[in-house]
Design a protein around this ligand. Sequence first.
Ligand SMILES: [Zn+2]
Length: 428
Amino acid sequence: MSVSSEDLFGQILGLGEDWEVHQTEYVEEKNTIFIRVRETASLLSSQRCREDKRYKVKLYDHAPSRFWRHLNVFNRECVIECALPRLQCKHCGKVWRAKAPWEGKCKGLSSEFEAFALTLMKEMPVKSAGKILGENDHRLWRVLRAYVEEAKEALDFESVTRVGSDELSYRKGHKYLTVFADMKEKRVLFATKGKGKDTWEAFSDELLKRNGHPHAITHAAIDMSPSYQSGVRNNCRNARIVFDRFHVMKLIGDRVDEVRQAENRRGTTDAKKQLKKTMWLWRKNPENLTEPQRMHFDRIDHDCLWTSKAYQMRLALRNIYNQVPYESWARRRLQSWCHWVRKTAAKAPHLFASPMLRAAESIEKHQDGILAFWGSGRMTTAYLEGLNSVFSAVKRKARGFRNPDNLITMLYFVAGKIDILKNKQATH
Ligand SMILES: [Zn+2]
């Protein structure tokens, strides 16, 4: 038994009874296979009025031909062409356009094509997926946005009680997104432009929209920016602010870096010599140094460097986090840490004293939020820390993303734990 190419394509497309391929054509100059589809008589008997299922329909007319990019066949672009019928209710006279089974969520794309595009985008940057598919990335972003927006409708924030937020800088010149994450479920919940206190208002609105509540938030892990603090206080009145371990350590790390830079400029000749090419040695933790870095670090004459002193203080603070199990104990250790810093700074030159005194002041001023780390049962911050690698992955995949909304879409796609393709099957 021989099968015509029309029948074959009809089967591949999964057209069923209501549609048939009536012509296929390879257009060489476009390197494209056109699959021309039309409705069969059974479409009219299988459809009912959209207002009242009891009433039958008749053919009203055909809309102008439309085209849907489909999956390639034998490495040729493949396009479905169809003049979709418009149906009319025999009873009420209403007219509507029939929906075809291959239609995707985006104009001009079949749902199979969209599913394949999503699979590629999961694995690689949007631009690379565009090259493989021979589509411009505008169109692929549109596909991604359509699916993410639909999947977001299924999100439920009812059990969200512990959140962390962090800023993601996406363009030089201080362009930021604030990203909110569920610390228990380890997923991105929401992201919005800016890094002011109004980002918390937007987040609260989102919680309410998705079956959650801002007053249900018990812990909010944030960095020490005053705007986030007032954002939490104004919106989540039951939340204890937790100054995240990761952000506290980053703040101290930045002060150590300031000491290094100042000593590199204004320190003794010997100190400047010692500090050459050492930036990363101080930024890393000792166990993360590579073998050559460790050897370099051991050769440094630490007694002659204020930078070493500051670094030692950073490690001491880190030890408090690593070793101390209770809040009351942590309070004493933090106080004695600040005392040590102040005593040392009193005898130290400005290049050390200025940054490190500021560090001690920050610790004292934010003591309650810092201690909340212990009070919250050492609220796990690994996820917030990990969020930074998520951000890098998102930026890499979204390279040339054109606008921040695309970046937010990619955040959901990568880290929102939304099941896009499952959602797709559920709607077909
Ligand atoms: Zn009707």
